[in-house]
Write a protein that binds this ligand. Structure first.
Ligand code: S3P
Length: 433
């Protein structure tokens, strides 16, 4: 995909539905009692992987435009699908679904694409085995065979890595365990609680599960019964991030993003932009499926606050998916350093390596660390960059291309479909050249 320098962004940005919330919505609706209509369900490749796996497990899911209708089978009636459950590129599908599969009295085999097959699964194998499931894997990676057990044992588990996927996996397994299953968030070296995104606990509550939330832990009761719900998925703040950063950096921009999920465990990108002086109005705040939602209006002007930014510690979990676009933002400010983010090395690609490589290709001054990078204000020049088949890298560097002199070519740009199939059309609609 070729991207040329832009003057500014203008207009309403039509964002995709939240991917994280869509995965959870489909999974919880599937094991609830009754029929759920979920409007504005994500059409991303990742969420399609989740729907296909659930269908294979015997759930009837109808797609009606941008909605899905899920005929829940309850907690007792999933059935072994024939063949492999293909999670595609989606870590959320593999890790969350494993929690549900661990509590079944049948065996399942999960597979994924080349990228997902390299991503670490021991982080979920360990707690699920503690709960009584037996799991065979390819040295801690997919393909992975789960020998489920009914019922599982409940556990109290403190996470070693700050991961919402691990937390969610254990909570979902907890629905099939005897007693209360409790998960503690990981802590930083100096003892601060790292609060990972809390969509699973919010949605469990919304579907009527018995849960207990504390500042550093969540518990779920194994005798919870989930009841079908009708609702609309908020739009994805992680998709909004690309447009917010672009509009902030390109003077004269004026964009509006409607119905965006502004969950406090996801919205740190808004705080970072505000630290730099961004004028983001948060309008019509409301709730949708137990999640805070609002319209965001960003008008850029030249009064930016130039200050060095250091992002590290407990904030990283709240902007983990935004770091590729934050790196691009870093080239337009005094300096920006990201630390404590070594998890980025095991995302859809080694994101630290690709951020550094691509920024250098575009002429930026950047230093690489094992757990992050530091970038200084730089004049970007159009160049050929590698997405590494990673959707967020492709989108971040498309935005970099809007700010660079000349033309930027993004290799393997089709991968944007993993989270935002209409990304390039949407960008085109609001870009003024
Ligand atoms: C996700 C959690 C994050 C995030 C991923 C989606 C989720 O992963 O990077 O894109 O939906 O729970 P980790 O929890 O493993 O950091």
């Amino acid at each position: 995909m070729k991207v040329k320098r832009a003057k500014f962004l203008h207009g309403e940005v039509h964002l995709p539905p939240d991917k994280s919330i869509s995965h959870r919505a489909a999974m919880l609706a599937s094991i609830s009692e009754g029929v759920s209509k979920i409007e504005n369900f994500s059409q991303s490749a990742d969420c399609v992987s989740t729907l296909n796996c659930l269908k294979q497990l015997g759930v009837d899911i109808e797609i009606e435009g941008s909605s899905i209708i899920v005929r829940g089978v309850g907690k007792q009636s999933l059935r072994a699908g024939n063949g492999f459950l293909d999670c595609g590129n989606s870590g959320t599908t593999a890790r969350l679904l494993s929690g549900i599969l661990a509590g079944q009295n049948f065996e399942s085999v999960l597979v994924g694409d080349e990228s997902l097959s390299k991503r670490p699964m021991r982080r979920i194998i360990e707690p699920l085995e503690k709960m009584g499931a037996r799991i065979e894997s390819n040295e801690g990676c997919l393909p992975m065979k789960i020998y489920g057990r009914k019922p599982l044992d409940s556990i109290s588990y403190k996470m070693k890595i700050a991961s919402a996927q691990v937390k969610s996996c254990v909570l979902l397994a907890g629905l099939f365990a005897e007693g209360m299953t409790k998960v503690f968030e990981a802590t930083t070296e100096d003892g601060k609680v790292i609060r990972t995104r809390d969509h699973t606990e919010r949605m469990l509550d919304f579907f009527g599960a018995k849960i207990e939330k504390k500042q550093d832990s969540v518990s779920v009761s194994g005798d919870s019964i989930l009841k079908a719900r009708d609702f609309t998925v908020p739009r994805d703040v992680s998709a909004a991030a690309f447009f917010l950063v672009a509009a902030f950096c390109l003077d004269g921009s004026d964009i509006i993003l409607r119905d965006v999920g502004i969950n406090p465990t996801r919205r740190a990108i808004i705080d970072v932009l505000q630290l730099l002086g961004a004028k983001i109005q948060i309008e019509r705040e409301r709730e949708e499926c137990n999640e805070p939602v609002a319209d965001l209006h960003l008008v850029s002007d030249s009064e930016r606050i130039d200050r060095p930014i250091v992002l590290k510690g407990e904030v990283i979990a709240n902007l983990i998916d935004e770091i590729p676009i934050i790196a691009v933002l870093g080239t337009q400010t005094e300096s920006l350093e990201v630390r404590d983010a070594s998890e980025l090395r095991v995302k859809e690609s080694d994101r630290i390596a690709l951020i550094v490589e691509n920024l250098r290709r575009m002429g930026a001054e950047v230093e690489e660390f094992e757990d992050g990078f530091r970038v200084a204000r730089s004049r970007l020049k159009g160049s050929r960059v590698r997405s590494g088949a990673d959707h967020r890298i492709a989108m971040a560097f498309a935005i970099a291309g809007l700010m660079a002199e000349g033309e930027t070519i993004i290799e393997d740009a089709d991968c944007v479909a993993v989270s935002f199939p209409r990304f390039f059309e949407t960008l085109e609609q609001v870009t003024v050249k």
